[in-house]
Write a protein of this length. Sequence first.
Length: 248
Amino acid sequence: MKKYLLPLFLIIVTYSFSQNGIIGDGFGVSDWNTTDCFDSSAGSSRIFTTNSNGTGDKYFRLVTCWDGNYTNWGPQNTNDKLLLYGTAYNSDDMIINSGKAYYLDANSSFQYVFKIREGGNPPSNLGVVIFEVQGEIRTISSVSNNATHSPGDPYTVTATLSGSLNSGQGVYLRYTNDSWNTSSVVEMTGSTTSYSANIPAEVNVAQASISYYIFTSGSGLTISAEDSDFFTINSNTNSGNNFSYDVV
C-alpha cells in the first residue's frame, strides 16, 4: 500500500465542501505537503492541467483549497482507488481526511486535465472528472456561422482547431433552440484541424432562433447538456456571445 504524509491537523467540515486542488506525488508540484489549486473554467467549474511526474500508478488526494481551507479528501473505501479517465466521480466517492488516496495509470509523456463541478465553500455540487490527452492539448481557432438558415434542413457547423487532435481529446457541439432552457451535445467528426457536426433538420423549424458553441473534452464520450461545463477542457463561445442563426 502506498504511504503518505497525513495532515497534521483536522478540520471539522461537512461533505458539502469543494475540492479545488490536488496534493500528492503524482502530478503538479508532486509532494504531499504542497497543494496545486485549480483555475476557473467553463461556467462554475474549475480546472488544473499538468503532466505526470512519471509512468505507472500516480497517487493524489483532492484538496478543498478555498478560503484558506486545505482539507484533504480521499476515497471512502478502505483501499487506494484507481480512477478511470472520462468518468465522473461524485460525493459518494469522497471522504474528508481519508488515509487513502486516488491514483491514475499515468504516463510522463501525456497531459492530464483535472476538472471539478464548481468552486466555492461550500458548493452545491461535488464531482471530479479527469482526462488523459496523449500530446498537446488543442484549442478551437474558429467556428463557422451563417446568419440565417432554411427550415427543414440540417445546419452544418465546422470547427477549425489549433492543431491535429491527440488521442484522448475530442470536439463537441452544444446547441439550443430555446435560449438554453434545454440543449443537446453531439461529438464532432473530422480529421487534422477540421471537425464538423449537424444541428438536425427537426430543430430547424420556421422562426426558430438557434444558438450554439464548440468545446473540447475527452474523446468518445456521451456528455449530457447539464455536464457540459464540468466536462469542458476549453471552448469557443464567440467571446461569451455564442454563435447563432435564425431559421427563415
